[in-house]
Every structure is written in structure tokens, then in C-alpha cells.
Design a protein around this ligand. Structure first.
Ligand SMILES: Cc1cc2nc3c(=O)[nH]c(=O)nc-3n(C[C@H](O)[C@H](O)[C@H](O)COP(=O)(O)OP(=O)(O)OC[C@H]3O[C@@H](n4cnc5c(N)ncnc54)[C@H](O)[C@@H]3O)c2cc1C
Ligand code: FES
Length: 505
């Protein structure tokens, strides 16, 4: 979602104290900071890049309580009552965004609209029927079967209609929350990388520039927590998802949200423009670092859309990362093993509502208020019925360590085109090599500093992506996304090529 740069506050230049230190300025961090400052707490936000420039900038901003992992699956793993709480929390998140829009008078294209779920080739109407019944048991009594989703000439066949969903422009929304946080006394610092967090009374947060924030509580809203080395990362998996956008005739199809049940699934919505509507189609997900064909993914999305809609040339395309929890619910609450450190992660494709739920739930936990969703999203929960999903994802991670035994993508950096990166084998070492447009080559260790998997080149984003738990690094090796908290090592640094799997959590 594009809309000009957000305001750029300054770096943190001194040691400071606060009631709560929030790390990460995406929707989860800013929603939490906003709610806490409304409750009168002194809040500091530390962001290592620009505001809302993480996955929040890449979202397609469907606001939905039609959960992409399906109510019948959540009921199977967590039971009927918890499925009800999940429905309640996502519904409350959309309501919360709507209230904030009214309270702060935010012009962010917020609108209520219907959502439609239709089947992909793998499923029949029985699948929708099963979901309709589970959604009703979860308390969404209005969910109904309709003959077809209103997608113009595209006959979707029967679809489930979820009413009172929403869409908005997240950057316009967050710009207003940032202004409100500042007005409420909150302090926001950008370009401030956090590299250590210590639970305690007070907690201490250390930045890469040697500054310390002392606070009664810390919220890790870094999309993927960087304070936990193992536990949470065995319970969720990173996926890359792709989006294309093209003009379609004004009012040629209903303004609504659309999703299919294909694997990987497609998600569709419209954005109003002056002379046309912009059709935004997403999907073609794959596990991060485990496919190197972004052009094919965008082309497949474009073909999928072209077969169904009359649309112009693609005017925007982008990709991003979502974190899929193995038991289909986000992890929002006290970090396992800590007393005063809280996390929000496992957003799935529903990070707009999950981020907003984090704002409500974490503010309640920090200020000692009861919240009915506390156990549902507890990061320490164990979901025995998700053992199969747990084994599947962690076997996939284990398989990535085979990269140590394989050769490089190319023989030497001489084979690189300008603007391209590849992994090269130098004797026993694996090296991440990137050739700049001016022909100079930057080489660093290809070993992810989190738990030692070998990073892969992502040509669409010009980043190094780790196939194990989704850490990402820029072309020169600087860390962009956790769980890694540090950069890819310089080549002359001592480096363990045997992964440090014995490291404690
Ligand atoms: C293509 C795409 C489409 C999507 N569509 C939808 C949708 O339609 N509906 C929906 O609900 N969700 C959607 N999502 C998911 C949603 O966008 C994300 O889940 C959500 O934006 C995540 O917000 P966040 O605040 O958790 O993380 P982010 O927005 O990534 O924010 C985390 C911040 O933490 C900062 N950070 C990280 N490490 C550190 C550190 N060590 N020190 C300081 N700061 C740090 C990062 O710089 C970043 O700004 C989509 C995602 C993608 C990629
Ligand atoms: S993200 Fe865990 S090993 Fe790279």
C-alpha cells in the first residue's frame, strides 16, 4: 500500500525510562502504544527502520473475521468455545479500528463491506457448508451461503458471505495513530535497532548504538520476536506471499473482499481510484527462502486474474512475508519464561486484526485488566492436536540444514549480473555474494546468525532470506527481520559452520 512517507522522528540518543517500551512500529506496535498512551502510561516506541515500513507497508488490508485457516479447523484444534473467542476477537478488532477512525477523525478510506469465500479446484460446496456450520457455532450467525460471489463476469459458484468486514488504508490510519501517540505523551524513535532485551524490574532494552531504555514492561512487536531463540520459532513458519494490482472498469464488480479456498489461496479486493477501480489480487504463497521464482509467481497471479476479470496492465506488484502459526492462532501475550516481556507474532494473513487484538490484549495484560482472550492467544499454550503440523514444519526446517552439504548456486562472483546475489561455496564456507550495479562485490557469511541455516537470495526483494524461521537481511547482510537480531557476519570474522543447535532458548 503506497501513500508517501510517514513522519520521521529521530534516533534515540540518550538513556531513558518509561512505563512500557514497545519495540517495532508496525500495526501491532503502534496499536499497542496508542492504547497504552490512552490509558495514561508513559510509552517509548523503538523502531529500527522507518515507521510502518515492515510487513504493514505491504499488506492488502482486508479487515476480516472470516479466518483464513477456517473455523472448523480452529474448532478441531482448540474446541468450540475458543473458536467463539477467536471470532469475537477479530470482530472486536474491526470494531476497534472503526472506533479509532471515528475518535481520531481519521481519513483512511475505512469502509465496511461484505466478504465472500468461494471454493478453489480442490474443494466442493461441502467444504463451504462445513465452514458455515462452524462459523455459526463460533457465534457468526449471519454467515450465509449465496449462489455466487459478486465478482462481475466471473462465476465463482456457491460462496459463503461474511457481512460487516472492512478495508482501509493502513498507512493513513497509522499516521493518525502516530500523531495521537505523540499527543498523548508517547515518544517514538526510528533508526534505533534493539539488540538485547532483559526481563527484570525494571526491564532493560539495549540498542545497537549503546543506549538503554528501562521500563516496567517491554512489548516485542517486531513481527517475529527477536528475544526468543527457539520456542516460538518451532511453533510458526514464515511464508512469502505475492500481490499484483491492475485497473478495472469503475463499479464493474461489487466492492467487497474475496477469498478462495485454493492451496495456495487467492485474496482479492478493490481500491477506489478517480477514473477506475484498482483490482488487488494476492496469493501464490510459498515457504520463505524455499522458492526462487518470483517472476513466475507474479505471472501466475496475473494469469489467474486475467482469466476471470477484464483488467488493464499490471501497475503495481510486490511481495511480503506472513508468519503462519502451526495451530492457526497468533501468539499474543507474555513471552514464555518472562514476567514483564510480551510478544505479538504468528499474524497469519490476518495481521491487521491480529495487530489490533495485540493492542487491546497486551494493554489489558500490562495494566492488570482481565481479558477473555488471554488463554486463547497465550504464547505458552500447547496444542497437542497440532502435533502433526508441528512435526511437518520442523522436519521441513531440519531438511534445510542439508544446504551445508550442497554446492553453491554459482561457481564464483564473476558469474553474477549487476544487482544480483547468489550463494557461493568457498572451501568449507558458504558465502552470500552480491554484485552492485557499479560492479563491486559484497561478500559475507551465508550462515544465518539465528540458528545457522544457509540464507537464500530473494531476487524480487534483493534480500537474503532464511528458509528456516524467516530472518531476512538486506543485500549487504544487514538484518531486516528477526528472529536473527544481528547481521550476516563479515567474512573475516570467526564463524561456526556447524549450526549451533544446542543453544538454549
Ligand atoms: C502481501 C501481504 C498481504 C497481506 N494482506 C493482509 C490482509 O489483507 N489483511 C490482514 O489482516 N493482514 C494482511 N497481511 C499481514 C499483515 O500485513 C501483517 O501481519 C502485519 O502488517 C504485521 O504487522 P506487525 O506490526 O506485526 O509487523 P511489521 O509491520 O513487520 O512491524 C514490525 C516492525 O518491527 C521492526 N523491527 C524488527 N526488528 C527490530 C529490532 N531488532 N529493533 C527495532 N525494531 C525492529 C521492523 O522494522 C518493523 O517495522 C498481509 C501481509 C502481506 C505481506
Ligand atoms: S531464521 Fe532461524 S536459522 Fe535463520
Amino acid at each position: 500500500m503506497e501513500d508517501g512517507p510517514l513522519p520521521v522522528p529521530t534516533m534515540l540518543h540518550e538513556d531513558i525510562e518509561a512505563d512500557v517500551c514497545v519495540i517495532g512500529a508496525g500495526i501491532a506496535g503502534l496499536s499497542t502504544a496508542y492504547e497504552l498512551t490512552r490509558r495514561g502510561l508513559q510509552v517509548v516506541v523503538l523502531e529500527d527502520g522507518l515507521l510502518a515500513a515492515g510487513e504493514t507497508e505491504r499488506t492488502t488490508a482486508h479487515l476480516s473475521n472470516a479466518l483464513d485457516d477456517r473455523y472448523f479447523q480452529i474448532e478441531r484444534l482448540h474446541g468450540e468455545h475458543r473458536a467463539q473467542l477467536a471470532a469475537e476477537s477479530h470482530t472486536a478488532a474491526i470494531d476497534c479500528i472503526e472506533s479509532n477512525v471515528w475518535r481520531e477523525k481519521i481519513d483512511c478510506d475505512f469502509e465496511r463491506l461484505d466478504g465472500f469465500l468461494f471454493t478453489g479446484p480442490e474443494h466442493s460446496t461441502d467444504y463451504l457448508e462445513r465452514e458455515r456450520e462452524a462459523a455459526h457455532r463460533a457465534g457468526l450467525a449471519g454467515v450465509e451461503m449465496v449462489a455466487c460471489a459478486p465478482l462481475g463476469s466471473f462465476d465463482t459458484g456457491p460462496a459463503l458471505k461474511f457481512s460487516r468486514q472492512g478495508q482501509f488504508h493502513p498507512l493513513k490510519y497509522l499516521r493518525a495513530l502516530i500523531a495521537a501517540i505523540a499527543r498523548n505523551g508517547g515518544r517514538i524513535f526510528t533508526h534505533t535497532h534493539v539488540d538485547e532485551i532483559h526481563d527484570g524490574t525494571p526491564c532493560e532494552v539495549h540498542t545497537a548504538t549503546g543506549r538503554t531504555v528501562r521500563a516496567d514492561a517491554v512489548v516485542m512487536a517486531t513481527n517475529v520476536p527477536v528475544n526468543d531463540r527457539v520456542t516460538i520459532h518451532t511453533k510458526q513458519a514464515p511464508y512469502r506471499t505475492y500481490v499484483v494490482a491492475a485497473p478495472v472498469p469503475l463499479n464493474g464488480m461489487a466492492h467487497a473482499l474475496f477469498w478462495d479456498t485454493a492451496d495456495p489461496y487467492h485474496y482479492v479486493r478493490l481500491q477506489r481510484c478517480q477514473s477506475h477501480d484498482l483490482l488487488i489480487v494476492g496469493g501464490e504463497d510459498h515457504k520463505t527462502g524455499q522458492a526462487e521464482d518470483p517472476e513466475k509467481r507474479w505471472e501466475a497471479l496475473t494469469q489467474w486474474a486475467r482469466r476471470r476479470f477484464t483488467m488493464g496492465a499490471i501497475v503495481h506488484r510486490w511481495s511480503g512475508q506472513v508468519i503462519e502459526p502451526i495451530d492457526y492462532l497468533a501468539f499474543i501475550g507474555r513471552n514464555p519464561g518472562d514476567k514483564h516481556v510480551y510478544i505479538a507474532t504468528g499474524d497469519s494473513g490476518q495481521g491487521m486484526t491480529h495487530g489490533t487484538i495485540a493492542g487491546i490484549l497486551l494493554s489489558d495484560l500490562i495494566t492488570g485488566r482481565d481479558n477473555p482472550w488471554k488463554e486463547l492467544y497465550d504464547p505458552s499454550r500447547k496444542t497437542v492436536r497440532a502435533a502433526g503440523e508441528f512435526a511437518r514444519e520442523n522436519l521441513n526446517v531440519a531438511a534445510q540444514y542439508r544446504d551445508y552439504a550442497t554446492g553453491g548456486d554459482i561457481k564464483s562472483a564473476d558469474d553474477l549480473m549487476p544487482g544480483q546475489g547468489a550463494v557461493i561455496r568457498h572451501g568449507l564456507r558458504k558465502v552470500a555474494a552480491y554484485k552492485s550495479e557499479d560492479g563491486s562485490v559484497c561478500e559475507c557469511s551465508a550462515v544465518c546468525p539465528h540458528l545457522g541455516c544457509i540464507v537464500h537470495w530473494n531476487d524480487a526483494e534483493k534480500t537474503w532470506d532464511c528458509p528456516c524461521h524467516g530472518s531476512r537481511f538486506d543485500r549487504f547482510g544487514s538484518v531486516l527481520n528477526g528472529p536473527a537480531i544481528s547481521d550476516l557476519k563479515a567474512l573475516d570474522a570467526r564463524e561456526t559452520q556447524v549450526p549451533d543447535l544446542a543453544t538454549k532458548d
